[in-house]
Design a protein around this ligand. Structure first.
Ligand SMILES: Nc1ncnc2c1ncn2[C@@H]1O[C@H](COP(=O)(O)OP(=O)(O)OP(=O)(O)O)[C@@H](O)[C@H]1O
Ligand SMILES: [Mg+2]
Length: 163
């Protein structure tokens, strides 16, 4: 795992166990209010990562892909996690009608697969997790784009370096 600079952290995820380890490390430094974009092709591992993240946060139930529902919610201690998959998102009006905007705020952590589909409607990301398939399984980049994303990434990298 290498730190490119203070705003980007990258590494490889040879198998699902490695993806779970990444999710556990991120769960330990998450704070309420964060918006996290999950970028990557079909099958890159965005939902798998989210499943592991929710598990690490103490959610014991089933985590369904929000492919058809667009969003699934998970009330946890301290905040609610909203997991979006906007792949099938077609109409910006749907965003307003469904009240998705109200789900973003200080009381939630929002994880968004296929954020580009909602484009300008979406609140900006604090963190972006990019997942890509490669010869060794998967690779990831974790990118901070706001102060709160940066402080999260700093805690993440400090904790990782220490373990
Ligand atoms: N290192 C890895 N990390 C995560 N998943 C992996 C890894 N290696 C293989 N996989 C497999 O890749 C698949 C990832 O599927 P997943 O549904 O998480 O992708 P996704 O990015 O959410 O796709 P979509 O855009 O269709 O929602 C799973 O079948 C998982 O078992
Ligand atoms: Mg998915």
């Amino acid at each position: 795992m290498a730190m490119d600079d203070t705003s980007v952290y990258s590494g490889s995820l040879p198998d699902e166990m490695a993806t779970q380890a990444l999710a556990i490390r991120l769960a330990a430094v998450l704070q309420s209010g964060l918006v996290i974009y999950l970028q990557g092709d079909l099958g890159a591992g965005k939902t798998t990562f989210t499943r592991f993240l929710l598990g690490a946060l103490g959610y014991a139930g089933k985590v369904k892909s929000p492919t058809y529902t667009l969003v699934e919610s998970y009330p946890l201690d301290g905040f609610t996690v909203y997991h979006f998959d906007l792949y099938r998102f077609a109409d910006p009006e749907e965003w307003d009608d469904a009240g998705f905007r109200d789900l973003f705020g200080q009381d939630s952590v929002c994880l968004v697969e296929w954020p580009d589909k909602a484009d300008a409607l979406l609140p900006r990301a604090d963190l972006t997790l990019e997942l890509a398939a490669d010869a060794n399984g998967r690779s990831y980049r974790l990118i901070a784009s706001t102060d709160s994303g940066q402080s999260c990434l700093t805690r993440f990298s400090t904790q990782t370096a220490a373990s």
